[in-house]
Design a protein around this ligand. Structure first.
Ligand SMILES: NC(=O)c1ccc[n+]([C@@H]2O[C@H](COP(=O)([O-])OP(=O)(O)OC[C@H]3O[C@@H](n4cnc5c(N)ncnc54)[C@H](O)[C@@H]3O)[C@@H](O)[C@H]2O)c1
Length: 286
């Protein structure tokens, strides 16, 4: 009976904030989905290590880059949740910088439980028309940068000895064809492979690894005009970008994706590892 009561009390503490006492690392945290994840994880009780490049990534990208002010706003919002945050401008392609931030975060907060590998970039062009720079940028940030993020985070999670949860931000483009951005799809399919491999490799440490596959989220990365231009030139491509059954018009909000990330980060999703979670309001069933 006493044991049961103690168990219930522990569970009660979890319910008050499912990530109470834990530490989460979020990349691409200055704005968009990354900011939503950082703030939501803090609301659940986690201290946050936040990274973002806060600068243009490549001339081949046409949308507005994140700024240092964006990252400062994330810091303000995390602190408004009553949590601590260590935020730094760094490029996920810069191995030394990523490792340094993880080490500093672990030194400051004492452990690492959650990693959300979210930093990413999107470009457009048919596969055979892409330049080396377009290819290298998207593969370098989305695939290699995520691998570097995970390579820096995993030893700290293993050392902490508390198990943990890794959420890899792939895309609908990581489970289906998306004509007009084959390099992006290649990077996001690569993340699906990394996720599934790591789910097995990290099982013995109690670390779960799942990927999310968002579709049409309202962030600066999405440029409706660029997409319309591609569809005007290649009308057949439009079939690969179906409407969402639950929200046929417009995009979903970053907060809605953060709901899923917070659930995957916490113990409520404890049976899931190596799972591809579509965050698509049904679109991928077309
Ligand atoms: N918006 C969508 O519809 C959608 C759909 C599926 C998947 N995604 C993925 O979601 C993730 C978040 O994108 P978002 O929609 O919030 O777009 P976003 O452009 O608003 O956010 C991406 C963030 O990552 C940062 N970043 C980019 N390259 C970086 C680098 N080399 N190092 C460090 N930080 C870097 C950017 O500065 C930016 O703050 C990305 O991985 C993206 O591919 C987006």
């Amino acid at each position: 009976m006493l044991a049961w009561l103690r168990h219930s009390a522990a569970k009660g503490a979890d319910v008050a904030g499912s990530l109470q006492g834990r530490v989460a690392f979020v990349t691409g945290a200055a704005r968009g989905q990354g900011r939503a994840h950082a703030v939501r994880l803090a609301a659940e009780g986690a201290d946050v290590i936040a990274l973002d490049i806060c600068a243009p990534v490549s001339d081949t990208l046409t949308y507005t880059p994140a700024t240092p002010e964006d990252l400062s706003e994330t810091v303000r919002l995390v602190e408004a949740q009553g949590r601590k945050v260590l935020a730094r401008e760094a490029d996920v392609r810069d191995d030394a910088a990523v490792r340094r931030l993880v080490a500093d975060g672990v030194e400051q907060f004492g452990r690492l439980d959650v990693a959300v590998a979210n930093a990413g970039v999107l470009g457009w062009g048919r596969v055979w028309e892409l330049t080396d720079e377009q290819w290298d940028t998207v593969i370098g940030v989305n695939l290699t940068g995520t691998w570097r993020t995970l390579r820096a985070s995993i030893p700290a999670m293993i050392d902490a000895g508390n198990g943990g949860s890794i959420v890899v931000v792939s895309s609908a483009a990581g489970v289906k064809a998306t004509p007009g951005n084959g390099h992006y799809a290649a990077s996001k399919y690569g993340l699906t492979a990394l996720t599934n491999t790591l789910a097995i490799e990290l099982g013995e440490y109690g670390i779960r690894v799942n990927s999310i596959h968002p579709y049409s989220v309202d962030t600066p990365m999405i440029e409706p005009e660029a997409m319309m231009e591609i569809f005007a030139r290649h009308p057949a491509f439009v079939h690969s970008f179906p409407p969402m059954p639950l929200q046929p018009k417009a995009f979903m909000g970053a907060d809605e994706v953060a709901d899923v990330v917070a659930w995957l980060a916490g113990d409520g999703s404890g049976t899931l590892s190596g799972t591809q979670v579509n965050v698509d309001k049904g679109a991928l069933k077309y």
